[in-house]
Design a protein around this ligand. Sequence first.
Ligand SMILES: Nc1ncnc2c1ncn2[C@@H]1O[C@H](COP(=O)(O)OP(=O)(O)O)[C@@H](O)[C@H]1O
Ligand SMILES: CC(=O)N[C@@H](CCC(=O)OP(=O)(O)O)C(=O)O
Length: 259
Amino acid sequence: MTTYKSTQPTAHKKLVIKLGGSMLASLTDTFFDEIKKLKAAGAEIVIVHGGGPAINQALKERKINTYTHNGIRVTNEDAISIVTGTLIGTVNPYLTGRLNRAGIPAVGLNGEDGTLIECTYLDQDTYGYVGHIESINIDLLEQLQKIDYIPVVACIGATIDGTALNINGDTVASEIALEWGADELLLVTDTPGVKFHEETVEELTPEQIDLWILSGDIYGGMIPKVRAAVECLESGIPQVNIVNDSLEGTSILGKKVLV
Ligand SMILES: Nc1ncnc2c1ncn2[C@@H]1O[C@H](COP(=O)(O)OP(=O)(O)O)[C@@H](O)[C@H]1O
Ligand SMILES: CC(=O)N[C@@H](CCC(=O)OP(=O)(O)O)C(=O)O
């Protein structure tokens, strides 16, 4: 079975790579080799990461219960300090450190750094401390590209008065890709692409996505991922792919426009 493989970057291709929390703990050297190849070929890269499993573990240790609504973690006052502590204090330095030690210059950021992700509350009554992105400091991301640093962005935004808010990692990656005008968005997860009956599919249409969600062949955390992918394509990102840490997987196709 052939699968999508992201290996043909052109000079100055702008890539946003989102690393899912599901695969961060088992991130192999293969991923860092792939990043080196992309950089050597001239790609400009922004990395965004999640950290769902690490957050779940930290909340469990403190006996704080949370639940999700529409794939979004309802984040109360107790939970937000654990979410920010885990993403900014543990996951972000772990990933940034591994990149630097692999010889890939990287700098860790969250929404407050350089006013990177300014947000308002998504819907405080329903979701608590969850952010809706209002603006992204693209200039900061571009300045870092000029000095050859990869920005490594934790999915935490900040309100205008400095309150940290939790944002889904796929959402942050999609918004950065759209604002920056990225050529490609790679959603890296713990499975090589989207599977149908155990086989990775090379290309996936929006029609198949709808059908497979209904049939249960796409479920759980893959649902917001494929939906975000289609939305990005519709908003103008030329390529969106769901891949594993070898950057192999499934290319998501946009909706066909009938003329
Ligand atoms: N059709 C599918 N193909 C592949 N994975 C799927 C599919 N449907 C559901 N999944 C699940 O989605 C998971 C990835 O989503 P999630 O755990 O939220 O990832 P991440 O933490 O990387 O954002 C996979 O590990 C798998 O269990
Ligand atoms: C608001 C919201 O749901 N935030 C997510 C942020 C982490 C994330 O997105 O992690 P993954 O990449 O592992 O999915 C959360 O609290 O889990």
